[in-house]
Design a protein around this ligand. Structure first.
Ligand SMILES: [Zn+2]
Length: 376
């Protein structure tokens, strides 16, 4: 079965040039609805927009296919990271890039274009294929909001694939869990030159705490970072308040809990061990430490049904798969937490989340052939 490469290229460009930063996926959703309605397929839009704040919901598109195979779902997210307003695609030979001021948005529109082209190829050629449910989510890039608000009861499939990683013929079978941490330290404001004894410097306390943290790669499966420090009002005022934001990730839920506790301990001890050097401070420092669970761990067994399905597909087209674990969370983490098996497939995209993002048409075609083999 032949993939129509130029039709795939044209669709990819069109999708990239419909801007869809997170929460503004509505125009891409409308475009996809029109494509699938033209193919005679019903599209369901869920009610997640209320929860996510997006201008549309997640889309679910079902095809029966006619072949007696286990149903699969195929997922892509419709949103892109910033800068993403006014995307113009530049094509040189078979390489696509943006004009340089925005991302390309191949993350994740390469996956969307591949799925549409695969469904067109199957239906136009009247090829029998296994039941498939396409799930297009919103707000993946800002905390997996669309998939978190998705009702897994809408799906018949128990296994699926998210087309959402770099490289070619790569399969992601594991990803870490993550917690976000927010530590707010409150000291006491005072004039830095007139009466510094009365103040408690919140930024200094934050600095002491951060200096006591283990950051970077903590062990073979865990990392930690402090990424934002916000506080202070002027150079001549002892800062009253500082907010420190960071994250901890681990492929082990137990380690994630332990490292999160340890981080909290360091902040707590810094505050409780504070001593007033002159006895003239107008109060004591306080700490508000919040842990926001970001996403749970994803870990697929090497003999899971979803892995067998992709191995069979790869064998059918003589493709060599590369199995890997990821360093970050994505929609697949949440699908797995719903009790569904979801692996992540590469689409060919490269240098994502940057204005240097590119993708090759031949790599999208490779992805399409693998998806065809999963279904047919
Ligand atoms: Zn993505």
């Amino acid at each position: 079965m032949q993939i129509d490469q130029e039709r795939l290229a044209a669709l990819f460009i069109t999708l990239c040039e419909i801007d869809s930063p997170s929460k503004k996926e509505g125009r891409v959703a409308e475009y996809l609805k029109s494509i699938f309605q033209e193919m005679g397929t019903d599209v369901t839009e869920d009610g997640s927009a209320d929860e996510t704040g997006s201008d549309c919901g997640n889309l679910i598109v079902r095809f029966d296919g006619g072949l007696d195979k286990e149903p699969v779902f195929l997922n892509c997210h419709m949103d892109t990271v910033l800068p993403a307003e006014g995307v113009k695609v530049v094509r040189q030979g078979e390489v696509f890039a943006s004009q340089g001021e925005t991302v390309l948005g191949g993350d994740d529109k390469a996956g969307i274009a591949v799925l549409v082209e695969v469904m067109r190829t199957l239906t136009e050629n009247n090829m029998p294929f296994g039941p498939v449910e396409l799930v297009f989510t919103t707000c993946e890039e800002i905390g997996l909001l669309g998939v978190k608000a998705f009702d897994p009861g809408l799906l018949r499939s128990k296994i699926g694939f998210a087309l959402d990683t770099t490289g070619v013929h790569k399969v992601i079978t594991g990803a870490p869990a993550a917690n976000r941490i927010v530590a707010e330290i409150n000291g006491v404001a005072a004039h830095a030159g007139l009466n510094p004894e009365q103040g408690i410097n919140a930024i200094q306390l934050a600095a002491q705490a951060i200096a006591g943290l283990e950051l970077g790669r903590l062990d073979s499966e865990s990392t930690a970072n402090i990424g934002l420090v916000e506080g202070g009002t002027a150079t001549n005022i002892i800062p009253e308040r500082v907010v420190v934001k960071g994250e901890i990730r681990s492929h082990s839920e137990e380690k994630l809990v332990a490292y999160t506790e340890k981080t909290k301990d360091v902040f707590s001890k810094t505050i409780t061990n504070w001593q007033d050097p002159t006895g003239k401070a107008k109060g004591c420092p306080t700490l508000d430490f919040q842990v926001v669970p970001d996403y749970p761990v994803m870990k697929l067994d090497s003999n899971a049904d979803v892995i067998r399905r992709i191995e069979q597909a790869a064998a059918a087209i003589n493709a060599d798969l590369e199995f890997m674990v990821a360093g970050g969370g994505s929609d697949a983490n949440i699908f797995n937490s719903y009790g569904l098996q979801c692996a992540i497939l590469s689409t060919g995209m490269d240098k994502v989340h940057s204005t240097e993002e590119t993708i090759r048409l031949s790599d999208m075609v490779c992805t399409a052939q693998l998806v065809l083999a999963i279904l047919a």
